[in-house]
Design a protein around this ligand. Structure first.
Ligand code: PEP
Ligand code: MN
Length: 354
């Protein structure tokens, strides 16, 4: 929909606009109002270049797109009925919790094996463990490829599928060859389009799932969904969106918690939403409340950092990992809330039918 700066386009302006959209196979339909006339673009309006050229005209105020730019991730796309299943759990049908260490310590693999057992015992459906770590400071521990074996051993021992972050194509290859079930794209790489493309293509032939974090610097929701569209467009529709806090705007939390965007995402896309409360708030004592808020907002799952002995952990674990007790309690409460939400959905559906 084209909105001119003036109440209507002058004939030469309409001619210029029509000439542009025609180049892209579209036409113009004026919608005449009492005061103002606006102009519908008739045809496929998703071509970015067409929109840019229209927006570049100084007599145009703005273009409102009616069509979604997401061919695959849109709620109304053909993929909308696609369901993602990990380790036997279909997202959306039951609360899906990924839990485990921020970072695997290759010198202390037993901590990870104990954490894996505790995560399973607490009721989580998947195990996380950082192998390669994106660290702000180049002198801090960067992860260690040897941790991949520890991660997979944790998966074998616990029977849980595993999630690990990949930061470049070599990690993607190694993780896929090892059998990692969920490839995590972190907040720092969520805008790395060449990585998103190669992940989409690399996992196209497999059942691998991608957990796409929201970048610290992402603004609009469309920017987030577009990143998911990259992975899907290049071959893998198994994308889970993971809000994890944006650039910090408060003194107290590590990031600005953004679990409240969950219902907004769900209006635009069919993709499941798994919220990471750990990085959102950055401190173990705040994590349970953020996790419950996420479920209240409609999240399909949670990604929570947990460690059998947080103070012995590395990476983020000493400050933000939950103990097994806190994790169990959080998962139990989140499960209850999930049940309340499901009952509410059923009663809404029932009252609509009545
Ligand atoms: C992590 O999951 O440990 C991590 C580094 O996450 P993020 O990319 O959200 O900072
Ligand atoms: Mn972490």
């Amino acid at each position: 929909m084209i909105l001119p700066r003036s109440n209507r386009l002058a004939p030469d302006q309409l001619e210029a606009v029509t000439a542009i959209v025609r180049e892209f196979g579209c036409g113009i339909q004026p919608i005449v109002g009492a005061v103002r006339t606006i102009y519908a673009i008739v045809g496929d309006e998703r071509d970015e270049l067409m929109i840019n050229r229209l927006e570049g005209l100084d007599f145009i105020e703005r273009i409102d797109r009616i069509q979604s730019p997401f061919k695959l991730m849109d709620r109304r796309s053909d993929l909308a009925t696609h369901r993602i299943t990990v380790g036997g759990v279909t997202l959306g049908e039951a609360l899906f919790v990924i839990a485990g260490q921020c970072t695997i310590d290759p010198k202390n693999p037993n901590f990870f094996y104990e954490t894996a057992a505790a995560v399973k015992e607490a009721g989580a459906q998947a195990l996380r463990g950082g192998v390669w770590k994106p660290r702000t400071n180049p002198y801090t521990f960067q992860g260690d490829a040897r941790s991949l074996d520890i991660l997979m051993e944790g998966s074998r021992r616990s029977g849980l599928p595993v999630d690990a972050e990949v930061m470049d194509e070599s990690h993607v290859r190694l993780a896929l060859d090892a059998g990692v079930h969920i490839l995590q794209v972190g907040a720092r790489n969520a805008l790395n389009y060449s990585l998103l493309r190669s992940i989409g293509a690399a996992v196209a032939q497999r059942d691998t799932v991608v957990l796409l974090k929201r970048s610290i610097h992402m603004g609009t929701l469309n920017e987030f969904i577009s990143a998911a569209e990259y992975v899907a467009a290049f071959g893998n529709p198994n994308v889970i969106l993971c809000p994890r806090g944006t650039a910090p705007a408060l003194d107290g939390y590590r990031n600005h918690p953004d679990e409240s965007i969950t219902p907004l995402l769900k209006e635009k896309t069919w993709a499941p939403v798994v919220v990471d409360p750990s990085h959102s708030v950055g401190r173990a004592s705040y994590v349970p409340a953020c996790a419950l808020a996420a479920v209240a907002y409609g999240a399909d799952g949670l990604c929570i950092e947990a460690h059998v002995s947080p103070s012995s952990g590395i990476g983020d674990d000493p400050k933000q990992a939950l103990t097994p007790e806190a994790l169990s309690e959080t998962i139990a409460q989140a499960g209850e809330l999930w049940g309340i939400r499901a009952a509410r959905r059923r009663s809404h559906a029932g009252s609509k039918q009545a």
